[in-house]
Design a protein around this ligand. Structure first.
Ligand code: NAD
Length: 471
């Protein structure tokens, strides 16, 4: 049983101003796995004041000093990776192999990337007779979701640290453990007092107190669209910068070639990873209409082959994060069935033999792009297959969505893949499985604004200053 009752404020572990706790439930067992404290606005006051004080000196540190600190964090992070993986499995149900692999690895990747970029990041650049400086924006509130907890926190913390900002992290209430360990890592690595602070608690309390706080300069948020809208409203009162990484309903276009079966199989397995709880998941699989039977058979076989069960064991898919998430997904599967979509794998209820835990069947529908299950983000292991007549039609369907976070195109004809990628209205497109820590990540349309990852992630945390008369 875990007990994390203190917050990290001003370089120390401190008790909450007003003691209040909440239980954390293991989604695989439905049993309580631990207790956390829930913070209040009084804790936020202390943390923001500490971050403001620390900004005065941290913002003036040199590139080398920040690199030294990031390297110290890297050593500590490496040492505690197994604990992070275990915590992630326990808090949000990712299978051990995924938690210890990609989950923890994404955090390490963002840290390594921050180190590489900081070495050469242009904090000052003379253009003609003008010196352009990139200066840290100030005190940042970092508000993160539960679905990829290390990815979401690390992609914010390390660029913020590297650019000279100070920060308050508000981790998700559903997945608080890995953030607590990360705070211990930062503490052990010697982050100066007040530079990094962490308060656990409810979004409506801690998140709102941060978004409305006059001494917070920026909010970086990853999460759902309604909360992103609320934060934007709250932050507008004090004209803060707000970075939003929101949801998606991303298209995965499979081209008409000899690799169709393999590509559909890979796309389906990818969709079921992390129980479908990935903002950039390729949840709309677009295949040539003339070969839809072949594609459907491949997707159904791939979904049926996904092993679901105890995430501490050797399975491909664990539970979804909570009962509430389970209910939302079941509701969408029901609406798919009621709306006439053709179910080709999975369906309602838990997989056979799993009576406890929030386990969902890997589910595949064949449908059209105008149905609810093709338009709304389900955030579960539910894939929809949609047929296209030709490439123009595929692109039309791909772009016919309110979202624009990610896109995928797989096929043998590299030139055609690139031409398709150029016409997709999304911020991040993977061609034949391409992946890059330095590639900016963020959404068009209602998937958000701003860009994280790599150098563009640094740009989020700086103000631009022009100093004229440098001739
Ligand atoms: P959520 O929006 O419910 O919560 C995200 C965070 O915001 C949590 O820490 C929560 O406590 C906090 N919060 C809640 N209400 C708040 C308020 N009024 N003010 C300030 N903060 C508040 O999202 P979630 O359920 O944790 O995550 C799932 C959603 O996140 C999905 O929609 C998914 O697509 C999205 N997501 C997007 C990305 C991306 O990079 N675009 C990545 C991961 C998840």
């Amino acid at each position: 049983m875990r007990e994390y009752l203190q917050f990290y404020i001003d370089g120390r572990w401190v008790d909450p101003a007003h003691p209040r706790t909440a239980e954390v439930v293991n989604p695989a067992t439905e049993a309580v796995s631990g207790t956390i404290s829930l913070g209040s606005a009084a804790d936020v006051e202390l943390a923001v004041a500490a971050a403001r004080r620390a900004f005065a000196s941290w913002s003036l540190t040199t590139r080398e000093q920040r690199l030294d600190l990031l390297r110290a964090i890297q050593a500590e992070y490496a040492r505690r990776q197994p604990e992070l993986g275990e915590a992630i499995t326990e808090e949000m149900g990712a299978p051990a192999s995924l938690a210890n692999g990609f989950h923890v690895g994404l955090g390490a990747g963002h840290l390594q990337t921050a180190i590489e970029i900081l070495k050469d990041y242009r904090f000052e650049e003379q253009r003609g007779a003008t010196m352009i400086a990139r200066e840290p924006i100030g005190v940042c509130a970092l508000i993160t979701p539960w679905n990829w907890p290390m990815n979401q926190t690390c992609v914010k913390i390390f660029p913020a640290l590297a650019t000279g900002c100070t920060m308050i992290l508000k981790p998700p209430q559903l997945a608080p453990y890995s953030a607590q360990i990360l705070a211990e890592i930062l503490d052990a690595a010697g982050v100066p007092a007040g530079v990094f602070n962490m308060i656990q608690g409810a979004g409506s309390v801690i998140g709102t107190a941060l978004s409305t706080h006059p001494d917070v300069d920026m909010v970086s948020f990853t999460g759902s669209e309604p909360v992103g809208v609320q934060i934007s409203r709250d932050a507008a009162q004090t004209v803060k910068r707000v970075g939003l990484e929101l949801g998606g309903k991303s298209p995965f276009i499979v081209l008409d070639d000899d690799d169709l079966t393999a590509n559909v199989t890979g796309a389906t397995a990818g969709m079921m990873g992390n129980s479908g709880q990935t903002c950039s998941a390729g949840s709309r699989l677009l295949v040539p209409a003339a070969r839809i039977d072949e594609a459907t058979a491949a997707a159904a076989a791939a979904a049926d082959a996904v092993s679901v069960g105890d995430p501490t064991g050797n399975v491909a898919m664990g539970p979804v994060v909570s009962m509430a998430q389970y209910d939302i997904i079941q509701d969408y599967i029901g609406r798919g069935l009621d709306g006439g979509a053709e179910l080709v794998a999975g369906g309602l209820g838990r997989p056979e033999g799993l009576d406890r835990g929030w386990f969902v069947k890997p589910t595949v529908f064949v449908t059209t792009n105008d149905t609810i299950i093709a338009r709304e983000e389900i955030f579960g292991p539910v894939l929809v297959i949609i047929g296209y007549d030709d490439i123009d039609h595929a692109i039309e369907i791909a772009n016919d969505t309110e979202f624009g976070l990610a896109g995928y195109v797989n096929g043998r004809d590299t030139e055609l893949c690139r031409a398709v990628a150029k016409r997709m209205r999304t911020g991040w497109i993977s061609i034949n499985g391409g992946f890059d820590f330095h590639a900016p990540f963020g959404g068009y349309k209602r998937s958000g604004n701003g860009r994280e990852w790599g150098e563009f992630g640094f740009d989020e945390y700086v103000e631009i200053k022009s100093m004229l008369g440098y001739g």
